[in-house]
Design a protein around this ligand. Structure first.
Ligand code: MIC
Ligand code: SF4
Length: 658
């Protein structure tokens, strides 16, 4: 029996019949494919974006990576393109030099949002894609297994290392029927979020099946897999079928098609059923993507701003829909409507087919092909405003305005709001005609740079402007981990609260400066307190670290000396990031103990007990002991003890070289 057969012998037979199981099996390097088991898989493709990419490539330097070993790796510049001063521009030049050095394709600022461009140009059915962005599962729309991770994990994958993850349980989402006019793919994922909430997908993956699947195009499927991230799921995947082939034909990549479907007798661990014919327009209310209601429930609410775009809803079909609905009409004078095309190719086709003119004539403001307002890069709403966005996240303050009320909807609903000035169920706007989709998408490559060959790459110098600071490695874990509680937080704390983006995005490659804003939205005094006390502990509720993959939400607290986070539960990517940067992730054995720790309490933990997982936090202030636990593998414990994965790997590399 060859090695591959041997490691698949004990795999869960149910899992092996699913699309996700088949891709995992093909890429399995280590471990037994059973839900909950730790496995390692090989990675075919990687992507990074500028806001996480600079640190990822700084880490690649520390790791001593010389050239990408993947089939394809792309570095995108899409999050921060404003260049208010030298900082951002420095990052872009650094990224360009790193792409040339490591052999990565560079998608320059303005070329488009990473997930949209990747779907159009690079994602392939049956492949694995690891991205330093939580919406990497967008590629699942084409049958590719996309997983979001921290930059360090992506840097390791670029260097040819396998990626480790817990084998997810598979939730089968059965689609039947067909969407009614003015009901959209976005409403499908909002319906899934209504069922699962923002943590119902943790430890799981979503796989779509059933007769409704073939009624959805690839960009529609990608809208659905994109926002599966908001349930906390590891990934979301659609099968690769004739519809996938049509899409690949449309972008001149039909030779990359492979059929990939679940076996007829597949039994999923759980099944959710959605009848597309019965679906109504839905909307996520402030301030959570999981707070979903029918649009009709909030109809009539006055709207100040409408933003169309983001990696969830910026395909050609999305923007054509907007153009069709806006043609010959005018946006309400007191509403500001912005449109960010997902890619240069989408933008080009809008112009080529005349749709751009319809958008402009109706009063839409066309922004660059970037994340833009989605990550608080401009278009912050006025104080207390209502903003309806086709995006995927509406956490408090993410728009740049702390008291703005952000709703998330489909393009159809968003345009209806822009035309009427109030939240409006799009079904009252009259039926939208069948939109003729183009046979070909004319892919634009003027802003794409292919890397030089390996020999030439050796001559490339990394260009580091003054805003780019090296990553500092953390020291080893002491025997007694001691400190006070710096902050106590509630459930569902997002990484936007831990490490706000928006106006601080240009500080992503400057940890000492960025760290000054840790927890700022929750407690502006946090930085001063953490500095004064030389670090300490963080206490949190359920689903700590939901949302983005930004490793800065671990890296910057680690820089300030945060030693451990004790929470009721964690979001997947953030948990991995904490371990990577040497912060011990602990959960309460008894959730009620959350109430027995207060800000300022002095805590102590014996680090030797990490091995046996028989852990007690001594609350020195209250004179009590609190049982806690962790979910780390022996290798992760080793890394935590060394001061985090980066510290551990770089120490071992140095030892090998010396
Ligand atoms: C986001 O949507 O929050 C981001 C910005 O794309 C992040 C990555 C980041 O913080 O750079 C994500 O989703 O991972
Ligand atoms: Fe960009 Fe927003 Fe998508 Fe994040 S969610 S990648 S910020 S468009």
């Amino acid at each position: 029996m060859d090695d591959k057969k041997k490691i698949l012998r004990d795999a869960d037979p149910k899992l092996m019949k699913t699309v996700i199981g088949k891709i995992l099996a093909q890429h399995l390097v280590k471990g037994v494919l059973k839900p909950g088991n730790e496995i390692e898989i090989s990675i075919d493709q990687t992507l990074t974006q500028d806001a996480t990419g600079t640190v990822a490539y700084l880490e690649a330097e520390v790791l001593g990576i010389s050239r990408a070993k993947t089939e394809l790796s792309v570095s995108y510049i899409d999050h921060n393109t404003l260049k208010m001063d030298h900082k951002n521009a420095d990052d872009h030049v650094y990224l360009q030099s790193a792409a040339a050095k490591y052999g990565l394709i560079l998608s320059k600022a303005g070329n488009g949002i990473c997930h949209q461009v990747h779907l159009e140009c690079y994602a392939r059915p049956g492949k694995t894609l690891l991205g330093s962005d939580s919406h990497t599962p967008t590629a699942g729309g084409i049958g590719c297994l996309g997983i979001g991770a921290g930059g360090l994990d992506v840097a390791l994958a670029i260097g040819g290392e396998p990626f480790s993850l817990k084998t997810p349980k598979i939730i089968g989402v059965k689609l039947t029927g067909r969407l009614k006019p003015m009901v959209a793919a976005k409403d499908v994922i909002l319906a899934v979020l209504q069922i699962l909430g923002v943590k119902g997908g943790v430890g799981k993956a979503l796989e779509y099946f059933g007769p409704g699947v073939k009624t959805l195009t690839v960009p529609e499927r990608a809208t659905i897999t994109n926002m599966g991230a908001e349930t906390g799921a590891t990934t979301s995947v659609f099968p690769s079928d004739e519809v996938t082939l049509d899409f690949l034909r449309c972008v001149d990549r039909e030779e990359q098609w492979v059929r990939l479907e679940a076996d007829d007798d597949t039994e999923y661990d759980e099944v959710i059923e959605i009848n597309l014919s019965r679906l109504v327009p839905l909307i996520a209310k402030p301030h959570s993507p999981g707070d979903v209601a029918p649009v009709s429930d909030v109809a009539g609410t006055k709207v100040d701003q409408v933003c169309i775009g983001s990696c969830t809803n910026s395909s050609f079909k999305d923007l054509m829909t907007a153009a069709y609905m806006l043609k010959g009409k005018r946006v309400k004078p007191d509403v500001s409507l912005t449109i960010s095309p997902g890619s240069m190719s989408v933008y080009y086709d809008l112009a080529e087919h005349g749709y751009l003119a319809d958008l402009i004539a109706a009063g839409a403001r066309i922004l660059e092909c970037t994340c833009g307002p989605c990550i608080g890069q401009g278009q912050a709403p006025r104080s207390g405003a209502v903003s309806v966005r086709t995006f995927n996240r509406n956490f408090r303050g993410r728009s740049g305005t702390a008291d703005a009320l952000v709703y998330l909807s489909s393009v159809e609903t968003a345009v209806s709001c822009a035309l009427t000035g109030v939240i409006t169920d799009p079904r009252y706007m009259g039926e939208l005609r069948e939109i003729p989709l183009p046979q070909k998408l004319r892919l634009q490559t003027a802003l794409v740079i292919e890397p030089p060959d390996q020999e030439e790459a050796k001559e490339v110098e990394l260009i580091r402007g003054p805003n780019i600071k090296p990553i500092e490695l953390r020291g080893e874990l002491p025997e007694k981990v001691k400190g006070s509680v710096l902050i106590k937080l509630e459930d569902n704390i997002s990484t936007d609260i831990i490490m706000p983006a928006g106006i601080y995005l240009a500080l992503r490659s400057n940890v000492p400066e960025y760290a000054k804003h840790v927890f700022e939205p929750a407690d502006p005094e946090f930085y001063k307190r953490a500095k004064a006390r030389n670090g300490g502990f963080v206490i949190a509720g359920d689903n700590y670290g939901q949302g983005s993959s930004r490793e800065h939400a671990a890296l910057c607290p680690s820089y300030l000396g945060v030693k451990a986070v004790i929470a009721k539960s964690f979001a997947r990517i953030h948990l991995a990031n904490l371990i990577n940067f040497g912060i011990i992730p602990l959960t309460f054995k008894n959730e009620e103990d959350y109430d027995r720790v207060d800000p300022g309490d002095e805590l102590q933990l014996d680090s030797a007990a990490l091995d046996s997982n028989d852990l007690m936090i001594i609350n020195l202030t209250k004179g009590i002991e609190i049982p806690v636990q962790h979910n780390m593998t022996p290798s992760e414990i080793m890394r935590i003890k060394a001061g985090g994965s980066l510290a551990y790997i770089s120490k071992n590399n140095t030892a090998k070289q010396g």
